[in-house]
Design a protein around this ligand. Structure first.
Ligand code: TRP
Length: 372
């Protein structure tokens, strides 16, 4: 493919070659042997079976330690730059699955500082308000309050700062420039920020005053931060955090990543049934120009955003998803039918989610971690 693509924590563009990213970033592809090993802890999650969670760092080591009785902590996060969309929920649901499967503690970082620093248009009050709004979506997914600590960076900074400082002292400006592409126009807060995202990976080791393994499920776009964190970890006496990487959740436009900044091609957790219907109606499918044509040559599930939604979340049954793909390719099922079904599924899913989201309002304090 001649397509240029870019995957950094701040920018995802172009048609992503996920295998090439594994080479470029130096991660490991999740292979059959690892899947086989992971299936011993419980039925493989659809994200793993379908190669959506497709790459890792040190997952074998995490399982070795786990088998030896040394439990890891989970760490993930969210940059509160807008409303939560369905793509976020997918990775958080996967995180919850890991938490339940391995019975672990989870640190959930809300980076109100990051989104303030990197976004011209957001005030600190905005990102803090958005963080509390996004937290409702996290809680609505059913995380266990006893084992889950959610925090805003600005409300937990006294805890994070000593760790962030230790990290920052080991990362030179030239490394930051090479890894993140900073130039002289970036504000100085952005340059320090990666040490704040690294800090929670070492938090449990600090608290317990021993080496506690940490596993970070995240989008592959976040890998840059944790490459840096892993490089400095041994210098600071911490274990390197292990990672599980997900592919980006597709946009309804057919592009690679659902993005909050493109509301028409993004389904938010707060969307009304009417809005969902309209967005799906306009979604890119790659279908033929006419019904006759499509009956004859068939559709293209590989490029169809409606199919991708079924694949990523809404159709967990492998046989059903194969049937759908085959029927589409043979021209037996048309885009209109698929759109109708997906719309119904999403509307039903969101109805339930929005109900839980409202109930979550009363429970926020059970989850919050703040500086004392
Ligand atoms: N930087 C991430 C974002 O913009 C948020 C984040 C913070 C995160 N810590 C994390 C994501 C750990 C995954 C894992 O969304």
């Amino acid at each position: 493919m001649n397509n240029e693509f870019k995957v950094t924590p701040w920018e995802v563009t172009g048609e992503i070659d996920y295998d090439l990213l594994v080479d470029k970033f130096g991660t490991r592809k999740i292979d059959e042997a690892l899947l086989e090993r992971m299936s011993k802890y419980g039925e493989l999650h659809p994200m793993l079976r379908r190669g959506i969670t497709y790459s890792h760092r040190d997952m074998d080591w995490i399982l070795d330690r786990y088998d030896a009785g040394d439990k890891f902590v989970l760490y993930t996060g969210r940059g509160p730059s807008g409303n939560t969309h369905i793509g976020h929920l997918v990775t958080w649901m996967f995180t919850k699955h890991l938490q339940d499967l391995f019975d672990t503690k989870l640190y959930f970082q809300m980076t109100d500082d990051e989104k303030f620093l990197f976004n011209e248009n957001l005030a600190l009050e905005d990102t803090r308000t958005l963080a509390y709004d996004n937290i409702l979506d996290v809680i609505a997914l059913g995380f266990d309050a006893k084992r889950t600590r959610i925090f805003l960076d600005t409300e937990c900074i006294r805890t994070l700062y000593p760790i962030a400082l230790k990290v920052a002292k080991k990362v030179t400006f030239s490394t930051a420039k090479a890894v993140f592409g900073f130039d002289n126009s970036y504000n100085i807060g952005t340059i320090f920020y990666t040490s704040i995202q690294a800090a929670p990976a070492f938090l449990e080791s600090e608290i317990q005053k021993r080496s506690v393994p940490c596993l970070i499920p995240c989008g592959i776009d976040q890998d840059a931060h944790f490459r840096v964190a892993r490089d400095v970890a041994p210098l600071l006496g911490y274990p390197k955090p292990a990672l599980l990487h997900n592919k980006m959740f597709p946009s309804l436009m057919g592009g690679e990543k659902m993005s909050s900044s493109q509301p028409d091609t993004t389904i938010f957790t707060t969307d009304t049934p009417k809005a969902v219907k309209k967005k799906i109606a306009n979604a890119f499918t790659g279908g033929a120009v006419s019904i006759e044509e499509q009956r004859k040559i068939g559709g293209k599930p590989d490029v169809c955003s409606v199919f991708k939604y079924e694949y990523f979340l809404f159709e967990p049954d492998d046989r059903e998803i194969n049937n759908l793909s085959e029927a589409c390719k043979k021209g037996e099922i048309l885009c209109g039918e698929c759109k109708k079904r997906l719309t119904e599924r999403i509307v039903r899913f969101l109805e339930e989610h929005q109900r839980k989201r409202e109930k979550a309002r009363e429970r926020v304090e059970e989850f919050m971690m703040r500086d004392s």
